[in-house]
Design a protein around this ligand. Structure first.
Ligand SMILES: Cc1cc2nc3c(=O)[nH]c(=O)nc-3n(C[C@H](O)[C@H](O)[C@H](O)COP(=O)(O)OP(=O)(O)OC[C@H]3O[C@@H](n4cnc5c(N)ncnc54)[C@H](O)[C@@H]3O)c2cc1C
Length: 469
């Protein structure tokens, strides 16, 4: 069709971009990926999902050894913490996994081009490395997968030392005495959990009157109660207006969200985690005719086509949940569409998971969203206190809630707070994907004793017939 060198040039090697590149190569395309970081894997592998989960796991082990094991009759003597070793383990996990993606690129014969990618014209990408000459890449298709960056907070300048983004919060070399987390979304609460478990006093300052916006309200309330029990303090309906850094720490100026008396809060570190915004700097979108919406997200149609012919976009830089698995699935589907196949993605069946202890996981609609849309639904709830495995393991915090259509019984949403909620949710994700009902879940034989039985019981509760309650 053309004498272009590549079938596809992907800009950005995060979960969206690298997965799209691999799928396109599997489908026989000649693919290059331009990445400006020294390693592949994007935000997720380098400074997001993976390092945060590595630290969550390590810090949970520490907290378990300090506070939990004795209850099980296990004595461990004096528990000590080697923070440098914990951080080094996290760094090794990241290094191994990012190297793994580079290996997959080689195996799939994908050319990795180091440098900043910019669109120069139809079918033309310029890759400019930090050192050395730029390269002009001719291609049939261009895929933008440039991801996102932390949202800045006016008046609070991030220096990644005293005032950090999530990236700095993954590498603090000392445990803060007092860490203020601005923003009570999932990233802020996960990092707050890490440093809180390691000994920091935590205060979360949130503009809204609730934590984790978008999460089912009942679950969010329960979640906040549990986090408070773990020692986190919350200042809701509060806005941060300024920060002053001294050698000793940071003084934050706060006031009620609706205006009112100004107050100062002192701490030794501030984490700004008020959300993320699409990252499209220096891509040359305007000149290429690629439109963005009012919030800077790249506008796409249902086939990931931007407003410019031959240019596609996926992942965090397009609208939708900013999640790695959403970016990956879009990468697969986009590559399949480019290869002439009909890709499929169901945006109603994308799970969201907060990896705190306990975990919080959800899929589909919240009760608030169903009420707002005027959808008649039935709700079934089952607490982990009534689940035998949760009792055996002494992990009884939380519950499973399933929401089903009042007429058809189709599962519309599920919200779980409890141990391993992030794994449990996938049963409901599968049922939603197959268009199943609460009765379907209730009729599936679940192993005993498992946490999964709480999902079955919640499904039975939709019809008012749980067995163990
Ligand atoms: C602390 C933290 C924890 C998170 N935890 C989770 C989690 O547990 N689960 C989850 O699903 N999601 C999580 N996320 C979100 C997840 O990381 C993102 O949703 C995901 O990385 C988005 O993938 P992406 O490919 O769209 O973009 P990114 O991963 O951001 O990758 C984009 C890549 O493009 C590169 N790039 C940008 N512009 C250019 C250019 N012009 N030229 C060349 N390269 C360029 C960037 O360097 C980057 O490597 C977390 C995020 C953070 C910050």
């Amino acid at each position: 069709m053309s004498d272009s060198k590549y079938d596809l040039v992907v800009i950005g090697g995060g979960p969206g971009g690298y997965v799209a590149a691999i799928r396109a190569a599997q489908l026989g395309m000649n693919v290059a990926c331009v990445e400006q970081r020294p390693t592949l894997g994007g935000t997720c592998l380098n400074v997001g999902c993976i390092p945060s989960k590595a630290l969550l796991y390590s810090s949970e082990k520490y907290a378990e050894a300090r506070h939990e094991l004795a209850r099980h009759g296990v004595g461990v003597g004096k528990v000590t913490l080697n923070l440098a070793k914990m951080l080094a383990r996290k760094d090794k996990v990241v290094a191994d996994l990012t190297a793994g993606i580079a290996f997959l690129f080689k195996r799939n014969k994908i050319e990795l081009i180091a440098g900043h990618g910019a669109i120069e014209g139809p079918g033309l990408v310029r890759a400019t490395p930090q050192e050395g000459a730029a390269r002009a890449l001719q291609t049939r298709h261009i895929l933008i997968a440039t991801g996102s960056e932390s949202m800045p907070l006016p008046g609070v300048e991030i220096d990644e030392k005293r005032i950090v983004s999530s990236t700095g919060a993954l590498s603090l070399s000392k445990i803060p005495k007092h860490l203020i987390v601005v923003g009570a979304g999932y990233i802020g609460l996960e990092m707050a959990s890490v440093w809180g478990r390691l000994g920091a006093n935590i205060t979360c300052v949130e503009f809204l009157d609730r934590i984790t916006p978008g999460m089912d309200g009942e679950v969010a309330k329960h979640f906040q109660r549990i986090l408070k029990k773990q020692g986190m303090k919350f200042r809701l309906s509060t806005k941060v207006t300024a920060a002053k850094t001294t050698r000793a720490g940071v003084t934050l100026t706060v006031e009620p969200a609706s205006g009112g008396e100004i107050e100062t809060l002192k701490c030794d570190h501030v984490l700004v985690a008020i959300g993320r915004r699409p990252y499209t700097e220096g891509l040359g979108l305007e000149a290429a005719g690629v439109a963005t919406d009012a919030r800077g997200f790249i506008a796409i149609d249902t086939k990931f086509q931007t407003t410019a012919a031959g240019i596609y976009a996926i992942g965090d830089c397009v609208p939708g949940p900013m999640l790695a698995h959403k970016a990956e699935d879009e990468g697969v589907v986009c590559a399949e569409i480019l290869a002439g196949q009909s890709g499929h993605i169901n945006y109603d069946a994308i799970p969201g998971i907060v990896y705190t202890s306990p975990e919080v996981a959800s899929v589909g609609k919240t009760e608030e969203a169903l009420k707002e849309a005027g959808v008649a639904y039935r709700s079934g709830k089952f607490p982990f206190t009534a689940n035998s495995r949760a009792r055996a393991n002494d992990l009884t915090d939380g519950f499973v809630k399933i929401l089903a259509d009042a007429q058809t019984d189709a599962v519309l949403g599920a919200h779980i707070i409890g141990a391993d909620a992030g794994s449990l949710i996938h049963e409901v994700v599968a049922v939603i994907e197959f268009g199943g009902s609460a009765e379907d879940i209730a009729r599936i034989c679940h192993g005993h004793p498992t946490f999964n039985e709480a999902v079955k019981e919640a499904a039975l509760a939709v019809d008012g017939r749980p067995i163990h309650m």
